[in-house]
Design a protein around this ligand. Structure first.
Ligand code: PGA
Length: 257
């Protein structure tokens, strides 16, 4: 990442893993091992039911930011099974992953819904982590930038960035998630720089220079050093390798280098 410009962020996306007891235990293990003053921000996004116990385990520490994996855009109402932004705020959540490809492909979230969620997060003082990324068939068809550009513009449609302190984006090629495959380093850098340029067009130079763009998709201790060194990569959104404290902390160490 560019020297001195943006503070790196490593966020663990625990997905549908770790119930209350196991999640609190992993949070505790991370807290015990993280250096007091790390050069990287660290966040974890437990499943909803584990947010309370993890929040209590992290209470009083600034070392780990509490995140969530999703939320609805409305403040309350008849939405069985959903969680509203003020509920996350009350639980101590500060960052929320939105538009993850598993939400888009398995649960039918479209660009419009993701845009509403991003705007709602900003309204409620939550930092949105807007996920974008192409399917393998879209990459093969040469439409990666077209797809990613559309997702970035739709995700930020409600004029979120200017009002949104700390906005984060995550580039996650869908075919790289959980597969052990990653794009080449130049491919990652190209998409990240394209995303920053899209943000510049929407929100201006200053916000584009500040916005953090994470890479996600099979990031692990072995590949993280090189990926995190790319000029427009400002951190990682980590799934599988975030479920063990040693592998997650190794990625955090790579980011803090
Ligand atoms: P992965 O998942 O690291 O297991 O590929 C990343 C993500 O989906 O956020």
């Amino acid at each position: 990442m560019a020297e001195g410009a943006r503070r790196p962020l490593i966020m663990g996306n625990w997905k549908m893993n770790l119930g209350p007891a196991d999640a609190a235990a992993l949070a505790g293990a991370l807290l015990d091992s993280l250096p007091a003053a790390s050069a990287a921000d660290v966040a974890v996004a437990p499943p909803f039911i584990s947010i309370g116990p993890v929040g209590r385990r992290l209470a009083g520490s600034e070392a780990i930011i509490l995140g969530a994996q999703n939320m609805h855009w409305e403040e309350r109402g008849a939405c069985t099974g959903e969680i509203a932004p003020p509920m996350l705020v009350e639980a101590g959540v500060r960052m929320v992953i939105l538009g993850h490809s598993e939400r888009r492909t398995l649960f039918g979230e479209n660009d419009d819904m993701v845009g509403r969620k991003v705007a709602a997060a900003c309204r409620h003082g939550l930092v949105p982590v807007l996920c974008v990324g192409e399917l393998e068939s879209e990459r093969d068809a040469g439409s990666t930038l077209e797809v990613v550009g559309r997702q970035v513009r739709a995700g930020l449609q409600a004029g979120a960035p200017p009002s949104c302190d700390g906005l984060v984006l995550a580039y996650e090629p869908v075919w790289a998630i959980g597969t052990g495959r990653t794009p080449t380093l130049p491919e990652i850098q190209d998409v990240h720089s394209f995303i920053r340029n899209e943000v510049r067009n929407i929100a201006g130079k200053e916000i584009a220079a500040k916005v953090r763009i994470l890479y996600g998709g099979s990031m692990n201790p072995g590949n993280s050093v090189e990926i995190l060194a790319l000029p427009d990569v400002d951190g990682g959104l980590v799934g599988g390798a975030a479920l063990g404290s040693a592998s997650f902390l190794a990625i955090v160490a790579a980011a803090a280098d």
